[in-house]
Ligand binder design. Structure first.
Ligand SMILES: Cc1cc2nc3c(=O)[nH]c(=O)nc-3n(C[C@H](O)[C@H](O)[C@H](O)COP(=O)(O)O)c2cc1C
Length: 187
């Protein structure tokens, strides 16, 4: 008997110090039986290495829309996945997605994503003032209106030393929510 196909998760990292927490979540979700592929902005790869992401998932990270032999990955990966999550989602990436810009891997994947058919989530992580800024809040409102699910950021100590809302959702909570969303497809 053929094994059921694994649920497919596209895990997208932008340049926050919380990228290390995302690696933990990727590891746990892979162990749970989910097939994970990653894309990362150049800034994200200054926080975690492409080798780490490939080692965790068994697949190379999509990080350059111009990379040789991967020029259509923004379409192929968008068709391949059941769920996409931007985690961590920086202020910059949220504002770029809200504006519909497609000149980096995450932006191109977002515009190629069939947003009415498949879920696209974002998990903001940033300084509390950056999160509260009207530019960021306007983008979040626009993204919600497009059908994006915005996961609540946590409140507490931030990497910058300040305190407030903007911590990345706790990885355990994120893992549980992804498992609940993809659970019916898990063997
Ligand atoms: C140490 C360090 C930590 C950072 N953490 C965050 C963060 O948590 N959230 C955020 O929005 N930006 C953060 N930034 C700024 C982003 O990396 C910067 O805006 C970058 O251009 C984001 O690019 P991207 O959205 O294309 O990944 C941080 C920068 C540095 C140097």
């Amino acid at each position: 008997m053929n094994a059921a196909p694994k649920p497919r998760l596209l895990f997208l990292l932008s340049g926050s110090i919380a990228c290390y927490k995302a690696c933990h979540a990727i590891s746990r979700l892979t162990q749970a039986g989910i097939e994970v592929r990653t894309a990362a902005t150049p800034a994200a790869l200054r926080f975690v290495g492409a080798t780490t992401l490939e080692g965790l998932t068994g697949s190379p990270v999509f990080s350059d829309v111009w990379a040789e032999s991967r020029v259509m990955d923004h379409i192929h990966l968008a068709r391949w996945a059941d769920l996409a999550i931007v985690c961590p989602a920086t202020a910059n990436t949220l504002n770029r997605l809200g504006a519909g810009l497609a000149d980096d891997p995450i932006g191109a994947l977002f515009l190629a994503w069939e947003i009415q058919q498949k879920p696209w989530w974002v998990a903001p992580a940033m300084n509390h003032v950056m999160l509260a800024h009207p530019a960021t809040q306007t983008s979040l409102t626009k993204l919600r209106a497009m059908g994006v699910r915005v996961l609540d950021a946590g409140n507490g100590a931030l990497a910058c030393g300040e305190t407030g809302e903007g911590r990345l959702i706790e990885p355990e909570s994120l893992i549980l929510q992804v498992l609940a969303a993809l659970g019916p497809k898990l063997a």
